[in-house]
Design a protein around this ligand. Sequence first.
Ligand SMILES: O=C(O)CCC(=O)C(=O)O
Ligand SMILES: [Fe+2]
Length: 288
Amino acid sequence: MAMLEVPADTGAPDDTGIPDDTGGSGARLTVEPAGPRTGVRLAGVRVTDLTDPEIEAIRHLIGEHGVGVFPAQHLTPEEHVAFMARFAPITFTPGVDPLPGHPQVHVVADNGGTADRGVRLHTDTCFVARPPAYTSLSAVEIPAQGGDTIFVNQYDAYESLSPVMQGWLRGLRFKHVVSGTARPEAVPDPVWHPAVRTHPVTGRQALYVTLPERCVEAEGMTPAESEALIGFLYAHSESLLGMYRHRWSVGDLVMWDNRCTLHSAVPDHGPEPRVLYRVMCEGEAPYE
Ligand SMILES: O=C(O)CCC(=O)C(=O)O
Ligand SMILES: [Fe+2]
């Protein structure tokens, strides 16, 4: 398995690929691991001030480590959209409602709070032909306790399977269907995606499986075989220890790569409000 390669920032020149002289605000972007195997913390600058080389360096860091944490950004919705649009055109989940006046911003409000929903790890909007490459959340209102977001690493999930299982998955496709949106009729047709996808930035392979209610069939298999295989793979991803768990503060911006991670809210905050604004970028059709 690949090891985390981002060094803790020492103030000295590092090998993150981020130029020391950004030519921007004069502030310095610092990069350090956010978790043992997943996530990087990117601090020291407002994301609105990042230079083009810094954006490209961040694209590579998030492609490699799955999640980027930008503390204390306090972005307006316009700033949030403008930042994400530097990575790829903005996209939106069909069949969900935007923030009034902001057609590219989706409000995640009280996602859970009722413990009965539990943790539901998933990759975003897998039920379209070109699922979003990136999702970002900006924290608007956060409960005093609970309501964290957890991430697991789908490179690790793939790499920790046996060579025999990896061989079975090569060339296999899964059928994805919509669930959990306000208007599922906006996505009438299922889509087929490879079980293993190659990340376009890193060239690494990641397991592309999600909630069994969305990832419903393995091509060419019987229903019993499909259910057992997808159930096994999903449980395998859930069992990984190399996760990142984000404890939110108001103003945090967290951005993740849907091609190499799964994520879930942890709905343990009870009735206290929890509001985050969400902006996503277009991705490519997944390929093996
Ligand atoms: O509320 C969260 O922590 C995650 C919500 C989510 O799944 C999303 O924004 O895609
Ligand atoms: Fe999500």
